[in-house]
Design a protein around this ligand. Structure first.
Ligand code: MG
Ligand code: ZN
Length: 219
């Protein structure tokens, strides 16, 4: 087993190098970019669907959607108002990496956009290890997943910049101990910017959208 560790490290170092190149490209085009990660069904695509109509008159937005097989998510992003929507089919891989994002960037004229939203593959393990070169990483937790996720997936909770707690409209129906969840988060990522919201009812969406606007610097 130990013999494998240097190989894994080399792969990740190569990925980090490419992620830095992606970042330089995104920055020189004057674009702000986020990488949205979550387990399947937590609401990545729903968040994009609810975010785009609130921003599309203010910002020019492109999305990149990573999925193992279909183009359902990029179709939904385009329908919600993304000016461009690139689908990455990972061909079975359970995460995006910097090479895949580079391929998607090749299909976009980046300077035409203010905001690039990347939707990662639904998975709470390896996306945390593969930097893409985006400015901020956003993790969506959702109430039905349970309050123990920070304890079970510490790598994911430790490495992100923003936490969205989705489906708060379900709190009355689910045994979700918010104080237990928040203690777990605080131990891993003290003071992380957090947005409790519901993509279904729209509650809490304004604070998240304002955060995005504040981070974008329109060209
Ligand atoms: Mg999705
Ligand atoms: Zn993976």
């Amino acid at each position: 087993m130990a013999k494998n560790i240097p190989i894994v490290e080399n792969i990740l170092n190569a990925n980090d190098h490419l992620a830095q190149e992606n970042r330089a490209r995104i920055e020189s085009a004057g674009v702000f970019s986020i990488n949205i990660m979550a387990s399947p069904g937590a609401g990545k695509t729903s968040l994009i669907e609810q975010t785009l109509p609130r921003l599309k008159d203010k910002l020019r937005i492109a999305t990149v959607d990573g999925d193992i097989a279909t183009s359902i998510d990029s179709d939904r992003a385009a329908a919600a108002g993304a000016l461009a929507s690139v689908q990455i089919n990972t061909g079975g891989d359970c995460h995006l990496d910097a090479v895949m994002l580079r391929g998607a960037l090749d299909q976009l004229t980046l300077s035409q956009y203010d905001l690039l939203i990347v939707e990662n593959v639904g998975n709470l393990v390896c996306p945390a290890s593969f930097k893409l070169g985006t400015h901020k990483s956003v993790l969506i937790a959702s109430i039905p997943e349970g309050d123990d996720k920070p304890y079970k997936y510490p790598g994911m909770y430790r490495g992100v910049d923003v936490l969205i707690i989705n489906k708060i409209d379900l709190l009355p129906y689910v045994n979700f101990r918010m104080d237990y969840f928040e203690r777990g988060v605080e131990a891993l990522n003290p003071g992380i910017t957090t947005f409790p919201l519901s993509c279904r009812t729209g509650e809490g969406m304004d604070a998240w959208v304002d955060w995005l606007i504040q981070n974008v610097q329109p060209t």
